[in-house]
Design a protein around this ligand. Structure first.
Ligand SMILES: [Ca+2]
Ligand SMILES: [Ca+2]
Length: 268
C-alpha cells in the first residue's frame, strides 16, 4: 500500500540501527558520518496532525524537519506512535513501520540536507481509540526538539439550547376601525407540554382600544393560529389613537411577553 520500499517493510529499526543502516548505505554517507562524528548534530521537528473520526478514524500528519546541525548527506527520522496508529501512505520519504516504531528515510533524490535547511515529509494513517502524537523524534539517532501542533480535538458540537416556547403574533401592528374590530393571529412557536392560556393586556395608550378574550392552546392545536379580537370603541375625539398590548402566558416559564400595537382608525 505504498508503505515505503518492500525491502524496508516490517524491518525493525531502532534509532541506532537506523543510523547504522544509513551509515552502511553508501560510502559517501559513511565518510560523512565519520567526518561528522564530532560535529554538531541537531534537529527540530514540527509535527502537525489533522485527525478525523471520534473513536477511530484517519489522520494526516505533516512533519517539518529542520537540520540544526551540520550538513547531512543522508537521513533517517524515527519516532514511536504512543497509540495504535498505522501509517497507510507516506510521502516525501521512504516509510516503514514495525509496531509503533516508524522510520522515514530520505528518498533517493533527497538525502542532502544543508545546515539550517527545513524540509517536509508526511503521511496518512489510521487510528483507533485515540491519536496521541509521537514525541520521540530523532534524526540519524539524534533526538530532535519537537513542536506539536495538535489538530483541534473534534469536540462534540455544543448541543444547541432547546428553542424556547414563545408566543407568536402577526401582525405586530394592527389597524382597527373605530366602532369596529380587527384581529391578530396568535399561535405558539412549539408544542407546549400542556395547555397554555395566552392573556392580553393593554400596557399603555388609547383606552378605547381593548383586546381579548384569553386564548387557550393545547399540545394539539398550538400551531393553529387563533384570532385575537381587538375592539376600538367609539370615542369623541377625531384622533387616531394607538395602544400597545402585551400578550403573555403564566404557563410559559421565562419571559413570554410579546408586545404588539393596535392603531385606531378614527371616523370622526
Ligand atoms: Ca373618534
Ligand atoms: Ca380616536
Amino acid at each position: 500500500m505504498g508503505l515505503g520500499k518492500g525491502s524496508l517493510r516490517n524491518r525493525v529499526l531502532t534509532s541506532a540501527a537506523a543510523t547504522a543502516l544509513l551509515a552502511a548505505g553508501t560510502g559517501a554517507v559513511m565518510g560523512t558520518a565519520a567526518a561528522s562524528a564530532d560535529a554538531a548534530a541537531g534537529c527540530a521537528v514540527t509535527y502537525t496532525s489533522h485527525t478525523w473520526g471520534t473513536s477511530s478514524g484517519g489522520f494526516t500528519a505533516f512533519i517539518d524537519i529542520t537540520n540544526t546541525g551540520d550538513p547531512l548527506s543522508g537521513w533517517a527520522l524515527t519516532f514511536t506512535f504512543p497509540g495504535t496508529q498505522r501509517i497507510t501512505t507516506g510521502f516525501s520519504a521512504q516509510w516503514s513501520q514495525s509496531g509503533p516504531l516508524v522510520t522515514a528515510r530520505n528518498p533517493t533524490w533527497g538525502g542532502s540536507v544543508p545546515s539550517g535547511k527545513t524540509f517536509g515529509i508526511g503521511f496518512n494513517g489510521t487510528w483507533t481509540g485515540s491519536n496521541p502524537p509521537p514525541t520521540d523524534f530523532a534524526l540519524n539517532g539524534v533526538p530532535c526538539t519537537v513542536k506539536l501542533v495538535p489538530s483541534p480535538t473534534p469536540s462534540p458540537s455544543p448541543s444547541p439550547s432547546p428553542p424556547r416556547l414563545r408566543i407568536l403574533i402577526s401582525p405586530s401592528d394592527l389597524t382597527v376601525p373605530e366602532g369596529g374590530t380587527a384581529s391578530v393571529q396568535v399561535r405558539l412557536s412549539q408544542r407546549p407540554p400542556g395547555n397554555v392560556i395566552v392573556g392580553t393586556a393593554r400596557v399603555y395608550g388609547d383606552t378605547s382600544l381593548s383586546a381579548g378574550p384569553p386564548l387557550t392552546f393545547t399540545p394539539d392545536n398550538w400551531d393553529v393560529p387563533q384570532p385575537l379580537t381587538v375592539t376600538a370603541a367609539e370615542d369623541d375625539d377625531a384622533v387616531n389613537g394607538s395602544a400597545t398590548f402585551d400578550s403573555r402566558s403564566s404557563q410559559i416559564t421565562g419571559s413570554s411577553a410579546f408586545l404588539w400595537e393596535a392603531v385606531e382608525q378614527d371616523d370622526d
